[in-house]
Design a protein around this ligand. Structure first.
Ligand code: CP
Length: 319
């Protein structure tokens, strides 16, 4: 069966998840992103690849990095960008998601960038567009519930490739609240597809999905064992907004056991990089000395995110 994100020519039609996205498509996005990093160094930071296209940013959930970098990326590609203010839009009066989409289609939208608290919202929109024969309109998932955050996963892969070059030589550890994390799901899918031979998660049992080992992952419940000799440490935020019931002791106790400090990081390889998708909770999952330290590549992740989002949007709708 054809991957629903690809059109009949095998090109990207939508970007909804990294699960099942072929390796050559992921590598192609990373390769496309590389020259876009140079656009930021130019006096005129613009390319005409999306000139005349209308891109609608639909963020039904809070965001700093993703919303802003999608907007910057679209503007650097010369698209017209509309940021729907959800709190003052008609969704606040009870309009359904798909009615909102139909109305924006009537305004000749070319692409929707969607963040939603409900897992599956971007897939629902993509299927709705397909049923209406609107194959010229593209959907990019900017994070849906616990399901997926594909552009975050891609910018993380770009960052790892930039610093570490060869995925097939790496030991990578993902640390923290995997259970509620759409970022972790996208990272795991991409790291497996790109051939990382040793992928670890380090977390308390209450913050891990059932049967995670089936994804080809080594599970650790001890930071000193899990961090030993890793090349890449990918920290996760405690996603309190998606937790129901008490899964944890206090943030202070969590930090004592699971927080990444300089002492714990010393167990990883001496040239290990530390990543975090943001927003960070300093003193909960990560110590400030690590977040601001020489091994952290957290702010480069944000910068690479612009180039990766330029690559995705130009591959979907570029001239
Ligand atoms: N990483 C990430 O999705 O950050 P935002 O919530 O600020 O977009």
């Amino acid at each position: 069966m054809r991957n629903p994100q690809l059109n009949k020519n095998g090109e990207l039609q939508h970007l909804l998840t990294l699960d099942g996205l072929p390796r050559d498509v992921i590598v192609s996005i990373l390769d496309h992103a590389a020259p876009f990093t140079e656009v930021a160094e130019r006096e005129v930071k613009k390319l005409p690849l999306l000139r005349g296209k209308s891109i609608f940013n639909l963020f039904f959930e809070n965001s700093t990095r993703t919303r802003t970098t999608f907007e910057i990326a679209a503007k650097r590609l010369s698209a017209d960008v509309v940021n729907l203010n959800v709190s003052t839009s008609s969704t606040a009066k009870g309009e359904s998601l798909l009615d909102t989409i139909d109305n924006l289609c009537a305004m000749h939208a070319d692409m929707f960038v969607v963040r939603h608290a409900a897992s599956g919202a971007p897939v629902l929109i993509a299927k709705h567009l397909q049923a209406a024969g609107r194959d010229h309109i593209h959907v990019v998932n900017a994070g849906d519930g616990r399901h997926a955050h594909p552009t975050q996963g891609l910018l993380d892969m770009y960052t790892i490739r930039h610093y570490k070059h060869d995925f097939t030589q790496l030991t990578v550890a993902i640390v923290g609240d995997v259970l509620h994390s759409r970022v972790a799901r996208s990272q795991i899918a991409a790291l497996n597809t790109l051939g990382v031979p040793e992928l670890r998660v380090i977390a308390p049992k209450t913050l891990l999905p059932a049967e995670i080992e089936k994804l080809g992952i080594r599970v650790f419940h001890d930071m000193s064992e899990g961090l030993k000799d890793v090349d890449v440490v990918m920290m996760l935020r405690l996603q309190n907004e998606r937790m129901s019931g008490a899964l944890l002791p206090t943030p202070q106790e969590y930090y004592k056991v699971w927080g990444l400090t300089e002492e714990k990081l010393a167990l990883a390889k001496s040239d290990a990089i530390v990543m975090h998708p943001g927003p960070m909770n300093r003193g909960v999952e990560i110590d400030s000395a690590v977040a601001d330290g020489s091994q952290a590549v957290i702010l480069p992740q944000v910068t690479f995110g612009i180039a990766v989002r330029m690559a995705v949007m130009s591959m979907l709708a570029g001239q």
